[in-house]
Design a protein around this ligand. Sequence first.
Ligand code: SAM
Length: 391
Amino acid sequence: MVVRPELFARLAAPEGEPVLAAATHVSRGDPLAAAQALRARGVPADLGAAALTQVELRSRAGAKFGADAARMFFTRAGLEQATRGPVAARHAARLAAAGVGTLVDLGCGIGADTLAAARAGIAVTAVEADPLTAAVAAANAAALGLADRVTVRCADATEVDLAGADAVFCDPARRTGTTRVFDPAAYSPPWAFVADLPRRVPRTVLKLAPGIDHALIPAGAEAEWVSVNGDVVEAAAWCGPLARVPRRATLLGRAELTGSGTAGAPVGPPRRYLHDPDGAVVRSHLVAEFAATIGGTLADPSIAYVYTDEPAATPYARCLEIAERLPFSLKRLRAALRERGVGRVEILKRGSAVDVQRLRRDLRLSGPAAASVVLTRVAGAPVALIGSPVP
Ligand SMILES: C[S@@+](CC[C@H](N)C(=O)[O-])C[C@H]1O[C@@H](n2cnc3c(N)ncnc32)[C@H](O)[C@@H]1O
């Protein structure tokens, strides 16, 4: 349902608390029955529906915000676009460590980054163009006891005076409707405005899509890719004095790797152990730096699989032991897997155009064993590697 700001204000006010509590209580069953149960308790239909939506969004939001989610408010789009709590906390800790005392968060959404910065002791002016989303951000600051450090302004970011701010954080909207926008020209606020922010406020952080073209990263900025449990969740440009290195891969809570982003790894024949680097390492162009940590080589200069003679215990990659290498052909791969009694395969690929779903169907496997199949190239030629994960 579309919630009007006036209706949201009633829900976020003290009068909304018992309604939210009742909605939490009745929401476990069928949604129609829950709405009827709220009406039976005298809750107006529109307020009841808005409360049930909040309860549903709070339950989804647990994955991003942990225990805070039960006290926070959301819009569907705002939750989808919000930075995960631990990632926002890391942004905030880094800003606070750089001595930032006041921050303008341009396009604050439901406020994930604003709230984390306020928790780190930073006074935040949070700017949001959409009135309902701005009201949600303000309600979140109040709900988490941070209202004294957060001022929410419903305004167009492009019209905000940035004079006097220690730092600026900008996480532009990258979607139109339900479609992801990969073209930075379609960012909102517009890319030209976003890209000019580091000139206006040197200590600027730009949150960007993980697929951002490296050529668009502001000159001199540190570009960081962050992954959580193996999924790359964002790229960010740390500009001006906030930059520490040209490129950083952060495997949140596990490890960080830094480097130039321009180095090439040594190339050689494939070896017994293949390391499949975390997406943050690959996206940040730090494969050479990773290869150096394990004395590894590539089998093709353009493909990010790193090979070693011994398995390396590394946080930066998954390791597979390779038992067999074949020139790629469906017939030969099928025969090799059948000979090994393989009925279950995981298929990895880099540098191969093969349709994995279709290959899986065409292999028609049956058998008790499991294997990993890697489709890749060695010195330009397509190959299939058969192996198994090293625990
Ligand atoms: C990606 S979301 C921000 C998410 C936020 N960092 C968080 O973690 O919750 C981008 C937000 O920018 C807002 N926005 C888009 N264009 C804007 C503009 N010109 N001025 C202010 N806000 C804008 C959108 O409404 C959206 O809420």
